[in-house]
Design a protein around this ligand. Structure first.
Ligand code: TXE
Length: 489
């Protein structure tokens, strides 16, 4: 049984509500989890509010906060194997990927521990005598941090580490589908003696617990990663009271391949771009855009290799791709595949569920390649978030750029070319928050991550990821006050 963590204490829901978390590999129950009530949401926000307004945390130094984050990084590494196992069971992803997630999470805590003290305000030269002027960085207050199910541990940490580095308090809510690694992370905070109320954990459904959390007027800032429709609803909720909001809402990411690059390298990376974690990645290279002269051989090899991807249990070292997160999500992905075919796409690989046991019990879907695609197809325009890659073709550089930018999203994209000038031209022209040249998927804690267009608002990671959680205050000090003489009376 997993509990809520409010004001430094683990507790069941006030009304004793619970739910089950499910193993997507075989649809069996994994654990029972408290399902927070409205009273719990209020208690968590109140605890965070009191810790921010009156608790010892407000008096903490940046050195204290950096030490806490560094301690969490150490504990994450101590528990690496166990955390990776938990994440793999809960999400279905491979153990290797889950280990990489724990390492990336550790790196994020270390990064913000490192820059917390150096990301200070500044002294301003006011250009006049008897005045000193400075900009100070201050925490925003109580932060509601809401994470999705594809990278549970990592996504919450991209928010929590900078929020705490800046001196905020937090109420965190993982996805109801994958709460287990976040519960473990909060356990590490407890072990590291985080003061009560600084980190609070709510568990439960988005439509009830998430919604009550973002509507709560004790919350000063909401940071959310998830789907577009939910992001729009959260932005509307944040408008009440003009609360700060940061959103990461996924993408429809172009992966542009020019002729002349090493064939095997590009095919191999196109598979990783599209099918890592069964394509349930906000930056997945789900939209392949391939130059005419290369197109046919490229697509044939891609489809052949997609067919050979080994599906299985995340904990099995032979597995290359796990299941999708839920039956409902798989059904949504399947609808996109059918719609794509109805609109003229050609099914070149996958498109069906594996029939053999034990995979037939879980939420598996075979890696799917759709050829002959064009921009008007729904499957090309909307985020599918599954193991589905669509292939379009182009002939000129201008056409590739036009296609790459022909999306209402703008999270990430890649260009593969052996021409350095072309690489820079295309990367410069793409309207996406991250552009990879001759690579796909790597990111750095030091480098900003976020989207143009409807991929979101704000940036995570890098110094901007800390800025999100800070107010900037100008302090103007007149050291020799005198009458202003605006009024004579
Ligand atoms: O996510 P939701 P869903 C995309 C992907 C997917 C679609 C829907 O295309 O198919 O989103 O996925 C909480 N107020 N991404 O429905 O609903 C919820 O409990 C406050 C992209 O699973 O956005 C969970 O913690 N919170 C993506 C979190 O929001 C609410 C990652 C995400 O759930 C809420 C995942 C509400 N009204 C899906 N409703 C990415 N950007 O990486 C839900 N939640």
């Amino acid at each position: 049984m997993k509990y809520l963590f409010i004001a430094g204490k683990w507790a069941p829901a006030a009304d004793d509500g619970t739910s089950q978390t499910i193993n997507p590999f075989d649809a069996t129950p994994l654990d029972t989890v408290a399902e927070a009530s409205a009273a719990d949401v209020d208690a968590a926000v109140t605890a965070a509010r009191e810790a921010f307004d009156d608790g010892p945390w407000r008096q903490s130094t940046v050195t204290d906060r950096a030490a806490l984050l560094a301690k969490i990084a150490d504990l994450l590494q101590r528990d690496r194997e166990q955390l990776a196992r938990t994440e793999s069971l809960d999400t279905g992803k491979t153990l290797n990927e889950a280990r990489a997630d724990v390492d990336d999470t550790t790196a994020v805590f270390r990064y913000y521990a490192g820059i917390a003290g150096s990301h200070a305000g500044r002294v301003v030269d006011p250009g006049r005598l008897h005045v000193t002027s400075r900009i100070t960085h201050e925490p925003v207050g109580v932060c509601a941090l809401i994470a999705p199910w594809n990278y549970p541990l990592l996504q919450i940490s991209w928010k929590l580490a900078p929020a705490l580095a800046a001196g905020n308090t937090a109420v965190i809510k993982p996805s109801e589908l994958t709460p287990l690694s976040t519960v473990a992370l909060v356990g590490l905070f407890e072990e590291a003696d985080v003061p009560p109320g600084v980190v609070n954990l709510l568990l439960g459904q988005g439509a009830t617990v998430g919604q009550a959390l973002v509507a709560h007027r004790g919350v000063d800032l909401i940071s959310f990663t998830g789907g577009l429709a939910t992001g729009e609803a959260i932005m509307a909720a944040a408008a009440r009271g003009v609360r700060r909001v940061a959103l990461e809402l996924g993408g429809k990411n172009p992966n542009i391949v020019f002729d002349g690059t090493d064939f095997d390298t590009v095919v191999d990376n196109a598979l990783t771009a599209a099918f890592l974690h069964s394509g349930q990645v906000c930056s997945a290279g789900a939209r392949l855009i391939v130059q005419d002269s290369l197109h046919d051989s490229f697509v044939a090899e891609l489809a052949a290799r997609a067919d050979r991807i080994r599906l299985g249990r995340g904990l099995d070292p032979e597995t290359e791709c796990g299941p999708l997160i839920s039956a409902a999500h798989r059904a949504k992905v399947e609808r996109y595949i059918s719609l794509g075919q109805a609109q003229g796409a050609e099914l070149l690989a996958g498109g069906s569920r594996p029939a053999q046991p034990p995979l037939a019990q879980g939420f598996f879907l075979r890696p799917t390649v759709l050829g002959g695609c064009h921009r008007d197809m729904t499957v090309v325009r909307e985020e599918v978030f599954g193991p589905v890659v669509t292939v379009e073709r182009f002939s000129t550089e201008d056409e590739a750029i036009r296609l790459g930018n022909d999306t209402s999203y703008g999270l990430a994209g890649a260009v593969w070319t052996s021409d350095a000038g072309q690489a820079e031209r295309v990367a410069g022209a793409l309207r996406h928050g991250t552009v990879w040249i001759n690579d796909y998927h790597p990111y750095l804690p030091q480098a900003e991550w976020g989207g143009f267009g409807q991929s979101g608002i704000g940036r995570e990671l890098g110094p901007s990821g800390l800025d999100e959680y800070q107010e900037k205050k100008h302090i103007y000090h007149n050291t020799s006050p005198a009458p202003a003489h605006w009024f004579s009376g």
